[in-house]
Write a protein that binds this ligand. Structure first.
Ligand SMILES: Nc1ncnc2c1ncn2[C@@H]1O[C@H](COP(=O)(O)OP(=O)(O)O)[C@@H](O)[C@H]1O
Ligand SMILES: Cc1cn([C@H]2C[C@H](O)[C@@H](COP(=O)(O)OP(=O)(O)O)O2)c(=O)[nH]c1=O
Length: 208
């Protein structure tokens, strides 16, 4: 099996930027790297991404959770597991913790039920390590643009994103070996260097 790293954090924290930068760094070391983003990465997943970004009307939170989960089921089965079986390093821009943080802490659904849903759609796969890019809500929302330019989730407001951020930090506290928390408030180069250092350590600890 290869090595599976997920990236988490509130919208605008810098995940997409850092996934690309880490992919380049690991490829330069000779790793075969695959990057994916959620929701998306498969034909069904990309269709669900469009629905989730711009639904015809506001949806029930349970329906929302199931759509993210459906996209994840496809991505795991069609892309992530085959890549890991081929010995690749997979970098995922969001994974199961996004559901716990956004639909659980953010929307108020049961984290226990969402964990069971996650286990079902991932076939039990969980990341070898998870990079949490942490940033105060105001700074992150300033990066995603003016209110008029934001998508459905980005419009949810500071109180929602504070709950999401706190939940990520709570998860990190529960399992400091798996979760690598990085201060996303610095220049992209500084964030990149720290993530690269921490991931190299995590790869070194991996015995597979
Ligand atoms: N460390 C950083 N400092 C300042 N701006 C950043 C930083 N990292 C990313 N950005 C910018 O902030 C915006 C959101 O970054 P992005 O990587 O798309 O975040 P996310 O994927 O977490 O939503 C982009 O315009 C990006 O260029
Ligand atoms: C994967 C996932 C994403 N989301 C949300 C978080 C984001 O607002 C949105 C994904 O859009 P995206 O543009 O990828 O996020 P970002 O702005 O962080 O790059 O979907 C959930 O609510 N639950 C989930 O399980």
């Amino acid at each position: 099996m290869g090595f599976f790293i997920s990236f988490e954090g509130i919208d605008g924290a810098g995940k997409s930027t850092q996934v690309q930068r880490l992919a380049r760094r690991l490829a330069a070391l000779g790793f075969d790297v695959v990057t994916v983003r959620e929701p998306g990465g498969t034909p069904l997943g990309e269709t669900l991404r469009e629905i989730l970004r711009n639904p015809v009307r506001e949806m029930d939170p349970r329906a929302e959770a199931c759509l993210y989960a459906a996209a994840r089921a496809e991505l795991v089965d069609r892309v992530i597991l085959p890549a890991l079986r081929a010995g690749k390093v997979v970098l995922a821009d969001r994974f199961t913790d996004s559901t716990l943080a956004y639909q659980g802490a953010g929307r108020g659904l049961s984290v226990e039920l969402l964990s069971a849903l996650n286990a079902f759609v991932t076939q039990g796969l969980s990341p070898d390590c998870t990079v949490i890019i942490d940033l105060p809500v105001a700074a992150a929302l300033a990066r995603v643009g003016a209110p008029g330019e934001r998508d459905r989730m980005e419009r949810l407001g500071p109180a929602f994103f504070s709950r999401v951020r706190e939940y990520y930090l709570h998860l990190a506290g529960q399992d400091p070996t798996r979760y690598l928390v990085v201060d996303g408030g610095r220049a992209p180069e500084a964030v990149e260097a720290e993530i690269f250092r921490l991931v190299k350590e995590a790869l070194g600890r991996c015995t597979r």
